[in-house]
Design a protein around this ligand. Sequence first.
Ligand SMILES: CC(C)(COP(=O)(O)OP(=O)(O)OC[C@H]1O[C@@H](n2cnc3c(N)ncnc32)[C@H](O)[C@@H]1OP(=O)(O)O)[C@@H](O)C(=O)NCCC(=O)NCCS
Length: 328
Amino acid sequence: MIQPASMIIGTGSCAPDKVLTNSDLEKMVDTSDEWIKERTGIERRHILETEKTNSDLGACAAERAIEDAGLKAKDIDCILVATITPDSFFPSTACGVQAKIGAKDAAAMDVSAACSGFLYGMTLADALIRSGQYRNVLVIGSEVLSRFTDWEDRTTCVLFGDGAGAAVMTESDGTRGLLSSFIKSDGRLGRLLYLPGGGSTHPATHETVDQHLHTIRMEGREVFKHAVRTMVDAAVHGLEKGEVHSDDIDLLITHQANMRIIDAVRERLKLPEEKVFINLQEFGNTSAASIPLALDQARREGRIRPGDKVLLVAFGGGFTWASGVVQF
Ligand SMILES: CC(C)(COP(=O)(O)OP(=O)(O)OC[C@H]1O[C@@H](n2cnc3c(N)ncnc32)[C@H](O)[C@@H]1OP(=O)(O)O)[C@@H](O)C(=O)NCCC(=O)NCCS
């Protein structure tokens, strides 16, 4: 029996009010509600108001998670923000959140692992708690993908949305917590899903803007194949490491990218449909925010009860992939 070192004691999430539906997108690019629903399962996505930033969204989710944990911001020792759409290169979005929630003197840093970022963050939080470095670690996944989307490219613009989710992790009480986590990468496949411009490879110039280098590029079909294969791999290894059989999983929460990917992963793991939580139709792909957003919604809807074992699985640009088995 695995003895967990850390556990989740509170979750929170935040989505912008503004909604962009598939029929709104029909007016912007050559697409249809029918194509988007059939090929992805997405119906709507939320878009952050122009005057707000990633750290506003992250701070909103963080405050809800801290309240749910019964703590105050001053109790947070370390803030990890998983994101690929930061407020700026530096300072980190985590420092923005630290200031906005008033987590005085907390350590703060960003984690860049694309859609696997939240599970990378949970893994780091677990290690920090396990080592005795920190007591309460706030892990946030927060994204404003709408600002890095090419709204003229129908192959990507229908997929993404904005949102944030957060979890407060602390030392396990010995009965519940993170039973296992598994994180991997393969950087050779980075060019299948990336944002070319703005870094030191292609610093911003008029030309990089004209060439649309500051928005997400993706080889959808290739990404799809790797997503299914690596998410199944992450799930199998996470279960093995946590000494948990797939029959004992009460709920599967995967990264919410495409309904067909989620179905393929569920089928390979031989889990019934009722054991899978899906909110992709409402939010689209929110990258690092997708798992904590779904986890918080599942908890608030009563889909996760004390004692339940939840399997979290993600895949993202890098490529990165990850899983976590959490006993609540
Ligand atoms: C992007 C994705 C939905 C495309 O679905 P697909 O079934 O693979 O579709 P294809 O790319 O093969 O395109 C099929 C056709 O639809 C067209 N198409 C693409 N986007 C379209 C859209 N928004 N509306 C209408 N038609 C579209 C293509 O141009 C292509 O047309 P063609 O056959 O005339 O060339 C799918 O590949 C996917 O979800 N990939 C993984 C994405 C992902 O998870 N990314 C994030 C990982 S974290």
